[in-house]
Design a protein around this ligand. Structure first.
Ligand SMILES: *[C@@H]1O[C@H](CO)[C@@H](O)[C@H](O)[C@H]1NC(C)=O
Length: 80
């Protein structure tokens, strides 16, 4: 399951872009993340505002979240 993100790294490099540092797997967190991490029970408006404060619009927020969750799922399957 590391093949999708690894393929993305080589695809970007193959297009002449800078090499993206890559390491397989992940280090599991041992403590809770900062309070600024969006929680699933929070309303959409608070997520939108949180991303807006970081310079992202709604389209970019959706793109980032969908991409992160896709790669995150791949990461979780690596552990199994
Ligand atoms: C969001 O920002 C991107 C540029 O980063 C832009 O292309 C896109 O049109 C914007 N979307 C909206 C809904 O403003």
């Amino acid at each position: 399951m590391v093949l999708i993100p690894l393929g993305a790294v080589f695809t970007v490099a193959g297009c002449g872009s800078p090499f993206i540092p890559y390491s397989a797997g992940r280090v599991d967190a041992t403590v809770a993340g900062p309070a600024t991490v969006p929680e699933p029970q929070q309303p959409l408006a608070s997520h939108t505002e949180s991303f807006r404060l970081q310079g992202f619009n709604e389209t970019e927020m959706i793109t980032l979240v969908a991409c992160v969750h896709t790669l995150g799922q791949v990461g979780q399957l690596d552990v199994l």
